[in-house]
Design a protein around this ligand. Sequence first.
Ligand code: SME
Length: 176
Amino acid sequence: MKDIGTIEQADLAKPEFYNLLAQQIFAITEDQTFWVTNLANASAVIFHELNSLDFFQQKPINWAGFYLVDPKNDQKLILGPFQGKVACTEIVFGKGVCGAAAATRETQVVRDVHQFPGHIACDSASNSEIVVPLVVNNKLVGVLDIDCQEKEGFDQQDKVGLEKICQIIVDHCSWE
Ligand code: SME
């Protein structure tokens, strides 16, 4: 097992933090192509490192993980590796924040989930959310979903940082 260390500085600005997080994700996924393994470790690193940052200690992350496109139905997401409480197992494209990201292939930054039409409340602790699509060769394979206990947990800097991280993950996995 490669030792990727931890991001020691809690007071980093988000762009610097995401650069270090991207290096960690690169290191833990570069020698592995099985998507289950990479998404499992990526969700662990994302969950724990985000929560170590000063910003997210004020606004804790309560869920971080992946939904994958169902191999039996390309209009449905199914639950993949994650950190957090038990979550809903299936989400139809267009439903909730994950379904919106899947249908549009656009990152969804939701400042208040209670204002989002059709939001699916898996964990009642969640108040804001970001969902980033995972796209490989123009094909959607899944989404990264992160929930925060406070409103306005995520902004454009999180969007930019997490989109880069999703690209690293996607590039290091085999999606055959
Ligand atoms: N809130 C999501 C559902 C997944 S859970 O947050 C883990 C949504 O509205 O799509």
